[in-house]
Ligand binder design. Sequence first.
Ligand code: FAD
Ligand code: NAD
Length: 405
Amino acid sequence: MKRPTVLVLGAGYGGLATVVNLQKTLGADDVNIVLINQNEYHYESTWLHEAAAGTMSPEQVRYDIKSVIDPVKVDFVKATVEGIDVDTKVVTSSVGTHTYDYLVIALGFEGETFGIPGLDKYALSMANVKAARQIREHMEYQFATWSLEEEKDDSRLTIIVGGAGFTGIEFLGELGNRVPELCEEYDVPFEKVRVLCVEAAPMVLPGFDEGLVKYAVGQLEAKGIEFSIGTPVVEATEEGVKIKKGEDEFEFIKAGTVVWAAGIRGNHLIEETGIESNRARVKVDKDLRAPGYSDVFIVGDCALMINEEINRPYPPTAQIAMQQGDTCASNIVALIRDEPTSEFVPDLKGSICSLGDDDAIGVAFDKKLTGTKASFMKKMVDNRALFMIGGIGLTLKKGKFNLLK
Ligand code: FAD
Ligand code: NAD
């Protein structure tokens, strides 16, 4: 009998968890697994704010995909996916075409700009490791140029962060530690630097525990970070951003660096498949298949599932992407063995938001945590994710062991 081909697109958390579980369960005689990713490496998206701020090197954030896959069972193809035809079952990439019996779409997230003018062109985003490195280097360039200028333009030293969700707050936490280092490195007086977070909603981390949010804002403000709350960014230009402060009231803030962290969407390729989606996220069936397509699974940030307890979508997180990878793999095994598939049931262990590498807030196993305890827990979660994909070897190589800092 012909071995079925499982084609996995994307080697992020969802894609790698699927592949690693498939290779554990099936033999090379049972299945032909093909993994396509645009880079030879996987990057820990959950650490991109660190690479962007410059508190961690981009090298530390990524690892070679081949180090976690079994070459006998998995054929890794470094290529950019360009089109997905779910009717003819053909995927087009920069190196050719690929057919499949089962397809797993795990192409992850892209930054969402909501059509706000100028953001695509003038704001930076930390959607991948190259973009994160660009933010780090852009800030360093601004500091270095200010240092050199005869007529100094202090707005070079203003950093605006759009969005006070988890990404924005984690990035600000890193900046809180990084800005004093940059000042020292580039001979810039600390008081010349302005870091401003602009949030559209009436609070920081909308929907999160108010006490924990108060703690986070206090800690960040103590490091000199300012907040402008309830004031959406409505435009970005080469010079800075315009924010809306009232019915007809706007303010333009000049800034040398604008980082957009105000939301995400699924991968744009989803929108070209013809499968119904909302902001490139597909409301998947309970077993993670695309509605109407029995051979197409979608996992991670390209998938959308409703938490029926609160009638709202589960947030797109690495935690859920990895769990979906596990279920997706076992459902593909079930289909190959002609057995029934199972429902994906998320096992939410909580969420922790770092405030630099020495502080955090969060809720874990129903307990509220702040400070070193929360930071310790966040690093354990990060290490666990590495362990689940690459075992002890990868954890020792890439893990975070400054646990009590
Ligand atoms: P991704 O991790 O985005 O991976 C997608 C993969 O597909 C990438 O390897 C990419 O290179 C590849 N790809 C994309 N397009 C193509 C193409 N056309 N061709 C080939 N390959 C392609 N979640 C948590 O649970 N905990 C956290 O602490 C946390 N922290 C975060 C911090 C930051 C700064 C950010 C931005 C997000 C954080 N998240 C966190 C969310 C989490 O990172 C995402 O939910 C998670 O990455 C989604 O996993 P994924 O597998 O769907 O996609
Ligand atoms: P988000 O959608 O959670 O937050 C975006 C924020 O930007 C919101 O507060 C929103 O009100 C604000 N915003 C939207 N439009 C704006 C505008 N025009 N001007 C100013 N502010 C605006 O996005 P995110 O923070 O990137 O998070 C994406 C996903 O990744 C979430 O599911 C999050 O839980 C997850 N994540 C988790 C962690 C963690 O667990 N530590 C860290 C980062 C991200």
